[in-house]
Design a protein around this ligand. Structure first.
Ligand code: FE2
Ligand code: FE2
Length: 474
């Protein structure tokens, strides 16, 4: 499964044998570069960035590191190897052979799933485009750019599926993926969280921790798909996603490490003093966490959804780690608990599990997220700081599903409109928090130097030292 880099579009799918597809992709390629130039990383054209590029999709040694100008990055089409014997693991087609083509009756739904996933990839690049101007170090700048080029490649992955399997509709959808823009009033990205701003590096680390993890769970569910090309392409995307979440988890850890150090030096937990010393107070970090967590769990969709049931039963989208579950993988007649508000109280109610599969995936995501927050708390514990970060209640600040619009405190109490108004700035980042964090955002671009609000990493990239020249400016 080596990748052929001698082609205009690097690939491991024998693109040269499919002239129609090759032409369609070669026509799309310059539009992608225009998009990258217009709304990709600002002021980055001449930078030489120490990036990893896939050389094969094998688990061993698929990465090659070198200095690359980002617009020359070899974006291409990489799929995990096919298993000709692969069977569908779940739903009404369980036990049948996986599909190598799109069945007519599932065409519209599959296209919608692929377009929705594809739309998030360029959206995050757009959301992050200005962050390169204020990177806290060359190491962080390089990590941002690595995430950006890989999200670009994820877009390529979805465009490949659209153009190969969906004919003219697919080509139109591929074009539209470069036309919508994050936050645009007239032509926004499809999903809410991908139209939010990523105003600063703390937001970026929270985004890559929480929102890229949404990506992990969505991709893992699609990696189960009966539509084998979708399963194979998302499996390879998952290997790239792991680095994005690492950037988020280690980024927040380093912010906490620095904050704890300042708190210990000053022997204080007064946020004003911590801020005056140039570190980010724990309250602000908690409020950023509350915001990114709640916006991200909305991405899983309505808690009850007939679409979710259809996607599962028809084999389009499985559950996270379908193969590790001990049930019948058909789920008819089974139930699951979702939340709703009755008489001003949150109550659980049992609903058919097939309709609750968005909630099942959301709950899997929550478990995974909480584990990392525990690791952040270890940083505080080790530094002798008593405060702990927590994830808010899953009904907090929701905009989608039965819980949308309900006013709830982060610890899960239904509150009045008045209390919400009074406490909102303790629970979610306020204009003052954003202004303070923005005031810290100054580029630090000397090798080995790190901004005062974040600790250096423990290790560099690809066994290089932390003072390595990860980005060279042209
Ligand atoms: Fe992605
Ligand atoms: Fe990602």
């Amino acid at each position: 499964m080596a990748i052929d880099y001698s082609q205009k579009i690097p690939n491991n799918v024998n693109l040269a044998d499919d002239r129609t597809l090759q032409r369609a992709l070669e026509q799309w390629q310059p539009n992608f570069i225009h998009w990258w130039d217009d709304v990709g990383p600002e002021n980055s054209t001449n930078n030489e960035v120490y990036l990893r590029t896939a050389t094969s999709v094998d688990p061993q040694g698929w990465a090659h590191f070198d200095y690359v100008k980002m617009r020359d990055y070899r974006w291409g089409i990489f799929l995990n190897p096919a298993d000709p014997e692969r069977k569908v693991d779940f739903g009404d087609h369980k036990g049948e052979k996986a599909w190598q083509d799109v069945p007519g009756e599932h065409r519209a739904n599959l296209r919608r799933i692929i377009v929705t996933q594809g739309d998030t990839e360029p959206a995050s690049v757009e959301q992050q485009r200005h962050l390169g101007l204020t990177a806290p170090s060359l190491y962080d700048l390089r990590n941002l750019f690595q995430v950006n080029v890989e999200e670009g490649r994820h877009l390529w992955a979805m465009v490949y599926l659209l153009q190969k399997y969906f004919g003219r509709d697919g080509r139109e959808e591929a074009a539209a993926l470069l036309e919508r823009t994050s936050g645009d009033a007239n032509n926004p990205r499809i999903l809410g969280a991908f139209n939010e701003k990523t105003p600063d590096w703390l937001a970026f680390f929270m985004f890559t921790y929480f929102t890229d993890r949404d990506g992990k769970f969505q991709l893992a569910a699609l990696a189960e798909s009966a539509f084998d090309p979708l399963a194979r392409t998302t499996k390879f995307m998952l290997t790239e996603e792991a680095h994005h979440m690492f950037v988020g988890e280690s980024g927040v850890s380093r912010v906490l490490q620095r904050t704890a150090q300042v708190m210990n030096e000053l022997k204080t937990d007064d946020p004003a003093l911590v801020r005056a010393a140039g570190a980010i107070d724990l309250g602000t970090i908690q409020r950023y966490l509350n915001f990114h967590y709640s916006v991200t769990i909305d991405l899983f969709g309505a808690d009850q959804s007939s679409n979710a049931a259809t996607f599962y039963s028809s084999g389009l989208k499985g559950r996270y780690e379908e193969g590790k579950r001990a049930d019948d993988h058909v789920l008819k007649g089974q139930t699951y608990k979702v939340l709703e508000v009755q008489n001003g109280q949150l109550v659980e109610k049992e609903v058919p599990m097939l309709n609750a599969l968005n909630e099942v995936l959301r709950d899997d995501f929550i478990k995974d997220s909480v584990a990392g927050v525990g690791r952040w708390n270890k940083v505080l514990e080790k530094a002798g700081i008593a405060t702990r970060l927590t994830v808010p209640h899953k009904a907090f600040n929701r905009k989608i599903g039965a819980l949308a619009g309900i006013k709830l405190s982060p610890d899960g109490r239904v509150v009045s409109e008045e209390e919400w108004k009074l406490k909102e700035k303790e629970w979610l980042p306020s204009p003052d928090d954003f202004a303070f964090v923005a005031s810290l955002m100054r580029p630090v671009l000397e090798p080995g130097k790190y901004a005062a609000w974040i600790a250096p990493p423990a290790m560099g990239i690809n066994k290089n030292p932390v003072d390595f020249e990860y980005v060279r400016f042209g």
